[in-house]
Structures are given as structure tokens and as C-alpha cells.
Design a binder for this molecule. Structure first.
Ligand code: AMP
Ligand code: MN
Ligand code: MN
Ligand code: MN
Length: 286
């Protein structure tokens, strides 16, 4: 069960990935993934396509989503696994979460124009596969394509982050809403990439405890942005807080994402994989 090649976090053109759900299914299969979930930001429109494509290539599949949340004035991401993508409350909640993106994208464009970078909004919109999902990733790709920055790393150091041009504060869903939408849709809520949040030890503790109080059950221990120290830290947190452990590459694009689909190591010993509690929600390959 531990050594199963599960990849339960990645993005398609429905949010800020560059591959379609079908291309991702083929790539996951070629990379040796056995159990796959597509987890687009704030959107489930790719789920039926992903499930059908998984079936066609012979992959077990879990429906997924990654919800943007504001917690302690930080953006935190909550992944939902094993959800019913047609659940009405979930779909309504995600639509409301997406609704502010258009205005935010305009404000990001204005903020970049104020430092002499013109055309960013049009550029980002042209790169977005889904007009409701213009993300910072699309601005970052445009800033690299036009030569303003060498790579995404430089973009997220100089622009689009707090205190820098192109940063626009935004209120996403609440932690309670995200966890409840996921649970109401039959899924398990997972704290995504906890090592990325710039929070103090006590804020992190509060995040984990509030997440659990709302019904959250799992944490991503293995993800591309975790080094060995973060893997050990969040394996310990999973044991302390009694959370299930997840594994997901957070793959967005060939040549851009450091870790390919299915390429993470196995979960550390002594953890219960989140998929052990999702057996009934898995769509089995024929
Ligand atoms: P948004 O939801 O519009 O704020 O965009 C968030 C997305 O930007 C994330 O899902 C990542 O794909 C990308 N992103 C955020 N921070 C970084 C970073 N430091 N390096 C690379 N990509 C990042
Ligand atoms: Mn992303
Ligand atoms: Mn994320
Ligand atoms: Mn992600």
C-alpha cells in the first residue's frame, strides 16, 4: 500500500497546467503512476474528462480539486480527494471562489503597468486555457516569454508576491468552507504543501488544529516543494495530529515543473496513506 505509485496532485489547462486532462493521463501512465488524481485550482470542469482518460489508458482514478483558502492572512491550499465533481454545494462554492479572479487579474495587470510592464493582462489571458482561471502562473509565464524575467523563480522573487509589483491581496474561501465543501462531496480534505506557508510554529499548529476541527483528515507529506527536512517534519506532524498522509507531484508543465508525475519517493514508514481510506471512491481501470 505504501509503495503504490499514487500521484494525487497536478494541474491541467482547466487551471494553470499546460497539458490537457487527456495528455496528463497519458503522461501519468507513461511515468508509472498507478493511482492518479487531477486537482485543478478551484475548478472541477476537467474531472469527467480526466476520469475517462484514466480509464482509457488503464489508470485508477480519484476525482480531485485544490481550493484556494485565506487563513491567518495567508493563502493556503486545501486539496480534496475522492470528491463527487457534480456535488452542487461544492460546485457553487468553487464558482464563488473563482468569481473574484477576473477583477484581481485586472488589478495585477494595472500594478505591473505602474512599473512599466505593459500588456501583462492581455498576455496572461491569452495563455489561460480557462478564461475564469487567470492565475499568477499565467502572468509568470508571460513575464518569462517576453523576457522580463529569466524563469519562474525570478518572477516569484521580483513580482506577484507580497510587497512586489503585481501583488494583489485577495480573499479566497475560508478554511471551514473548503473543508466542508470537500467533505460534503464525499471526499477527504488534505492540507497541500504545508512547507510553503510562511507561518510561525503556533500559526501552523492553529492551521492543523482548525483544519481537523472542521473535519480535515490528511496532509501532503510528499510534494515537489518539500526537501528532506520538510518531509520529515510533516511526517511527524501527520503522526502527532493523527492525519493521513498524501503524495502528489503538483506537476504543472513539462520543462517547468521540477518533479514529473509519479517521480516522488515512497511515503515514509509509520504513516497511513490517504488512499487507504478512499478505496470505495476509486474509479478502477478496466
Ligand atoms: P494564484 O492562485 O493566481 O495566486 O496562483 C497561484 C499559483 O502560482 C500556484 O498554484 C503556483 O502554480 C504558482 N506559484 C505561486 N508561487 C510560486 C513560486 N514561488 N514559484 C512558482 N510558482 C508559484
Ligand atoms: Mn498552480
Ligand atoms: Mn498549491
Ligand atoms: Mn497545486
Amino acid at each position: 500500500m505504501h509503495s503504490l505509485n499514487a500521484d494525487l496532485h497536478c494541474h491541467s489547462t482547466v487551471s494553470d497546467g499546460t497539458l490537457s486532462p487527456e495528455q496528463l493521463a497519458q503522461r501519468a501512465k507513461a511515468c508509472g503512476v498507478a493511482l492518479w488524481a487531477l486537482t485543478d485550482h478551484d475548478e472541477v470542469a476537467g474531472q469527467h474528462r480526466a476520469a475517462a482518460a484514466a480509464r482509457a489508458v488503464g489508470l485508477d482514478y480519484l476525482c480531485g480539486v485544490e481550493i484556494s483558502v485565506t487563513f491567518a492572512e495567508q493563502t493556503v491550499h486545501i486539496v480534496g480527494l475522492g470528491i463527487d465533481p457534480d456535488d452542487e454545494a461544492l460546485c457553487r462554492g468553487l464558482a464563488a471562489t473563482r468569481a473574484g479572479r477576473d477583477r484581481r487579474a485586472r488589478a495585477i495587470g494595472d500594478s505591473l503597468a505602474a512599473v512599466g510592464i505593459d500588456g501583462a493582462l492581455d498576455g496572461a489571458q491569452a495563455l489561460a486555457g480557462n478564461p475564469e482561471m487567470v492565475t499568477r502562473t499565467h502572468f509568470a509565464r508571460w513575464l518569462v516569454a517576453t523576457g522580463f524575467c529569466r524563469d519562474g523563480h525570478e518572477v516569484f522573487r521580483k513580482y506577484l508576491v507580497r510587497g512586489k509589483p503585481g501583488y494583489v491581496a485577495h480573499q479566497w474561501a475560508t478554511l471551514r468552507e473548503a473543508v466542508q465543501w470537500i467533505g460534503g462531496a464525499g471526499g477527504i480534505a488534505v492540507i497541500a504543501h504545508p512547507g510553503r506557508y510562511k507561518v510561525s510554529g503556533s500559526e501552523e499548529w492553529a492551521l492543523f488544529e482548525e483544519f481537523k476541527a472542521h473535519g480535515g483528515r490528511a496532509v501532503e507529506v510528499l510534494t515537489a516543494s518539500h526537501g528532506d527536512a520538510e518531509v520529515a517534519r510533516y511526517a511527524a506532524r501527520a503522526r502527532e495530529h493523527g492525519l493521513l498522509a498524501s503524495r502528489g507531484s503538483d506537476f504543472h508543465a513539462p520543462g517547468e515543473s521540477r518533479v514529473d508525475l509519479g517521480a516522488l519517493p515512497a511515503l515514509p514508514d509509520g504513516l497511513t496513506p490517504v488512499w487507504s481510506e478512499l478505496q470505495a471512491r476509486i474509479a478502477r481501470a478496466a
